[in-house]
Design a protein around this ligand. Structure first.
Ligand SMILES: [Zn+2]
Length: 394
């Protein structure tokens, strides 16, 4: 089936286009964009179904590369029903694909989770869908730990942090069936560099974080393959003007991307603005780091084995911030309000940039021919009107 969408504005990779159109071809479960651009420059195929979104903005679907759960479920549960509940919530907030993210846990627990989530990822990659629901789809797993710094572990349990070894990494990789896309690792820990190299060789996007690294150690991590930085400012050695450390390098090294939790709580709004000035519209990425409590009322929840209390937009484990209840559409709107960025540039941080960091920009994160028909319909203020996943309209 051929479909064409029209709207006041279409966000193409080059620029926002007025009176735009997106044409895609769908088999009811997957869809591919055939063309996107100005209405008068694109020939709409005869017999195509037309959906007009009037004054709205058509944007690529959001990609969240760091998310632990939502709707009362943690992705580490790994069951089809738990993942479906999270994926439905994500789609309501404009997210069309995501990296289910593990927390550091006992090795046997992690391996079991990886088997289950890995199967969901493999099924998606092979185009095997149990139904045609318009839910966010997993791109690949994000391993947050176990190769992180004990000095900057945040709420990750100290006892489960592992000494980095290629052997342990391979065990995790094999358990997932090759479904790991991202790994957060601390470059300064003994044995980390060979693991970063091995993971990079496997096609994993290594993101430096949960780290107490000095600047030189961070640069060594980048040389070994590190491509991004995880929740910049959080669980990182603090910035000092005579000892720049990991932060000084992450903010200034043009070789790497960096992501941030822009909820206004993890990092103050002015520091989000500083981050955006440093990394710019091509290297900054938004993540949510959202927990199972996202989309749920205030109360007590679990993060792995930890008790979490959620009040408003704060998630606390005792005195430590423990993940967020942020949604990606809210993060995009926060960038607009914290830094006075326009919608098109703010959207890039949740679409094209994470896709480029993952190396999947030919399929995801852009409204361009050949990309999956993952589309979010937004208001001018960045509110989600409709989400389309693989050509399936939610
Ligand atoms: Zn996290």
């Amino acid at each position: 089936m051929k479909v064409y969408l029209t709207a006041k504005t279409v966000l193409t990779p080059e620029a926002p286009v007025a009176n735009g159109v997106v044409v895609y071809e769908s088999d009811g479960k997957t869809g591919t964009i055939v063309a996107a651009g100005a209405r008068n420059a694109i020939e709409v195929p005869a017999g195509a179904k037309h959906i007009d979104y009037g004054n709205a903005v058509l944007a690529p679907g959001f990609i969240d590369i760091h998310i632990h759960g939502g709707a009362g479920h943690d992705v580490m549960e790994g069951s089809a029903s738990a993942l479906a509940a999270v994926e439905e919530l994500l789609a309501r907030h404009g997210v069309t694909s995501y990296c289910p993210t593990t927390v550091t846990a006992p090795m046997d627990v992690t391996l079991k989770s990886l088997e289950k989530i890995g199967k969901a990822v493999s099924d998606t990659r092979a185009g095997r869908f149990s139904d045609s629901g318009a839910r966010a789809r997993p791109n690949g797993i994000h391993l947050e730990g176990p190769f992180i710094s004990t000095a900057k572990c945040g709420v990750h349990p100290l006892k489960d942090i592992q000494k980095p070894s290629v052997e342990a990494f391979e065990k995790l990789w094999q358990a997932s069936g090759g479904a790991v896309s991202v790994m957060t690792a601390a470059p300064e820990v003994d044995g980390a560099l060979p693991v970063i190299e091995a993971a990079t060789k496997r096609g994993v996007m290594v993101s430096l974080g949960h780290s107490d690294a000095e600047s030189a150690e961070t640069k060594a991590g980048i040389t070994a393959g590190g491509r991004s930085a995880t929740h910049t400012f959080n669980a990182m050695r603090s910035l000092n003007h005579r000892d720049p450390g990991i932060l000084g390098t992450v903010l200034t090294d043009e070789r790497i991307f960096a992501d941030i939790v822009a909820d206004g709580v993890h990092v103050a709004p002015d520091i989000v603005k500083l981050f955006l000035l440093a990394k710019g519209k091509d290297r900054a990425i938004l993540i949510t780091d959202a927990l199972s409590a996202t989309g749920m009322p205030d109360g007590k929840y679990k993060l792995g084995v930890f008790d979490i209390e959620v009040k408003g937009n704060l998630c606390m484990n005792g005195d430590t911030i423990a993940g967020s209840v942020l949604t990606m559409d809210a993060a995009v709107r926060n960038v607009m309000s914290f830094a006075d960025w326009n919608l098109a540039n703010s959207v890039r941080l949740a679409t094209e940039n994470p896709a480029r960091a993952l190396g999947i920009e030919k399929k995801k994160g852009r409204l361009a021919a050949g990309c999956d028909a993952d589309i979010v319909v937004l208001s001018d203020e960045g509110k989600v009107i409709k989400t389309i996943v693989g050509g399936v309209v939610a």
